[in-house]
Every structure is written in C-alpha cells, then in structure tokens.
Design a protein around this ligand. Structure first.
Ligand SMILES: NC(=O)C1=CN([C@@H]2O[C@H](COP(=O)(O)OP(=O)(O)OC[C@H]3O[C@@H](n4cnc5c(N)ncnc54)[C@H](O)[C@@H]3O)[C@@H](O)[C@H]2O)C=CC1
Ligand SMILES: O=C([O-])CC(=O)C(=O)O
Length: 311
C-alpha cells in the first residue's frame, strides 16, 4: 500500500519515519516544495531500515506530483506551524492557499485516495479540502482528536501515576486551544471512572492542560510539536490500511450528527479501509452538548473566513 505525505517538515518526516519503521505501508513518498529537502529526509529514513528492520520503500520528491500517483492515503502536512504566543487559527491566511493547491494536485494523481488533513487550523483545512475537491465525505479525515486524546491520556496517567495504556479517554470538538472538549466524565482507568481516583480540581487541571497541550509544546520548542503528531497520523493510517476499524476521534463532515451540519469537527469515528466508516453518536450530557455547540460555532467562524481569504 502506498502513502504520500505532502510536507517533509517536522510532522511530515516524523509520519514517514513512524509509518516506515512500523511497516504500516509498503511505500511512502514524501513531497515538499523545498528543493532536495524531501529527497534528503527520505534517504535518511531509508538508511534506518537495516538497523530497525523494515522494508518500506521511502522516496522523496520536489513538487513532482506524478510520483505520488495511485496513493491509497495522502497525508497533508504542508504549511506553516505556529510560533509561541500564536493560535492555530492565525495560520489560516497562509495555509488555506497552500492546502487548496496541494489537495487539488494530489487528487489529479490519486483520485481515489483517502486524505488525512494535518495542516492548521485543521478543522477548517479539512472543510476546505472537502469542499474544494468534492470527494465523498468518508475520504476526508482531519487529524486532531487522536493527538488531543493521547495528550489527555498522558496527563491523566501523570495525575494517577499509572501506566498510560491502562487509561482510556477521548477529546472531541475543534482542534483549538479553546475548542477542545476533553470528556473527563467518560475517562477511565481500566474501566473504572477516573472520577473515583482524582478530585474535581485535579481533573479540571488535566482538562485545561490538555486543551493547551499544543501551545505548551510550542512555547517549549519554539515551533509546534512533531513526535506525537507524527505518531497520531501513523495510528490513523494503520487503522485505514489494515482495516482495523478503530474508534478514533477525527474531524469529519457532519450532516446532522450532534446537531451540526456543513462542518468538519472532531467526533468519535470508526476508521477502516474506506476511511470514515461510521460516526458514533455518543450520549453527551447537557454541559457537554453546550460545549460542543460552542466549539462548532467557533470552527464555523473560521470556515466563514475562508470566503475572504480565498476570494
Ligand atoms: N493537526 C494537528 O494535530 C497538528 C497540525 N500541525 C500543523 O502541521 C503543519 C506542519 O507543521 P510542521 O511539520 O511542524 O511544519 P514544518 O515547517 O516543519 O514543515 C512544513 C513543510 O511544508 C512544506 N511546504 C510548504 N508549502 C508547501 C507546498 N505548497 N507544497 C509542499 N510542501 C510545502 C515546507 O517546505 C515545510 O517543509 C502546520 O500547519 C502545523 O500547525 C502540527 C502538529 C499537529
Ligand atoms: O499546537 C500546534 O500548533 C500544532 C498542533 O496542532 C498540535 O500540536 O496540537
């Protein structure tokens, strides 16, 4: 199976690395506009093969979309990342134009591909890609909830001082500092609600830390994170290519689910060989429903901004 990753920067190269060493795809193509950059990253990753034991073929190209032909999955990481003090939403002016031209080129050579959107502001970039390409909605997946949920689980694990893989928890809503909704009420430690172990005050701090998880890392690193984002993309690609039907919170197009229409925002989905195979409508309480509606409103404001930016 072939995976193309557009943007060979921090996130794109990490995706290629994780997908390769875990043997998720047989072929990975990295594409970037910077001359020679994707070629260099691909060679470097390929030269890990003997010492980490994978056989994935990794290649890099400078802006030559013909080399991406017939990809099963295309991951879009092209665009600028934020700097400390910025929001993801501030990236829209530059990233909207990049994402639009990238996905149009991608589709020319891989008309059946499932597109995995990473570039920020991710919910709006997902909406932009879906609307400008007119592809079926099951083929457009925005990556945000997988990462936000892994951060939520990490902070819960630190608060509980228990192994992270014993913890189950999910973040839905927009992929923004103020739009994420960590579902604390439903988080569990081996099936036992975490509310039995952690005080309300601690849980509130865990939720707040999760929401600004990306901003915290941006402050520490000077640019946004890449290891966990790359691993989160690989997790979704694995579920698609190996038809694992994992339940993953992803930004997908809603038509009535959760009371929302004509928007891409994070909800629990079943991800398999057809991309988004099902949207799960879980029971939210009144407070969670109100947060979800507010989150969707904020994403909608960004979607509206596309009209002026791309005019
Ligand atoms: N959805 C999510 O959870 C996450 C989203 N992101 C977003 O992913 C994007 C990439 O982040 P990084 O990899 O850290 O940035 P980066 O700057 O390291 O890499 C971006 C790459 O895109 C390339 N690029 C720019 N325009 C292009 C075009 N037209 N065609 C092909 N390549 C092009 C650049 O040359 C650069 O190599 C950012 O928008 C960032 O905000 C980052 C982490 C998580
Ligand atoms: O924080 C950022 O700008 C990048 C991102 O989306 C994340 O790491 O969650």
């Amino acid at each position: 199976m072939k995976v193309t990753i557009v943007g060979a920067g921090n996130v794109g190269a990490t995706c290629a690395d994780v997908i390769s060493y875990r043997g998720i795809a047989s072929e990975v193509v990295l594409l970037d506009i910077k001359e020679g950059f994707a070629e260099g990253k691909a060679l470097d990753i390929m030269q890990c093969a003997t010492n980490t034991g994978f056989n994935t073929k990794v290649s890099g190209v400078t802006n030559d979309y013909s080399k991406t032909a017939n990809s099963h999955v295309v991951v879009v990481t092209s665009g600028i990342p934020r700097k400390p003090g910025m929001t993801r939403e501030e990236l829209i002016g530059i990233n909207a134009g990049i994402v639009k031209s990238v996905v149009e080129n991608v589709l020319k050579y891989s008309p059946e591909a499932i597109i995995l959107m990473v570039s920020n502001p991710m919910d709006t970039m997902s909406y932009l890609a879906l609307k400008s390409l007119g592809i079926p909605k099951n083929r457009l997946i925005g990556m945000g909830g997988a990462l936000d949920s892994s951060r939520f689980r990490t902070y819960l694990s630190l608060a509980l001082d228990r192994p992270v893989n014993d913890i189950s928890a999910m973040v839905i809503g927009g992929h923004g500092d103020t739009t994420m909704i960590p579902l604390t009420r439903l988080a569990s430690y081996n099936g036992i609600p975490v509310t039995q172990f952690l005080s309300e005050e601690v849980l509130e701090k865990v939720a707040a830390d999760t929401m600004v998880g990306g901003a915290t890392l941006t402050g520490l690193l000077g640019t946004s994170a890449w290891y966990a984002p790359g691993a989160s993309v690989a997790y979704i690609v694995d579920s698609i290519l190996n038809d694992q039907k994992k339940m993953i919170a992803c930004s997908v197009y809603l038509e009535g689910e959760y009371g929302q229409n004509d928007i891409c925002v994070g909800v629990p989905c079943i991800i398999g060989k057809n991309g988004v195979e099902e949207i799960l409508e879980i029971d939210l309480n009144e407070k969670e429903k109100a947060l979800f509606a507010k989150s969707a409103d904020a994403v909608r404001v960004m979607n509206e901004a596309l009209k002026t930016i791309l005019a």
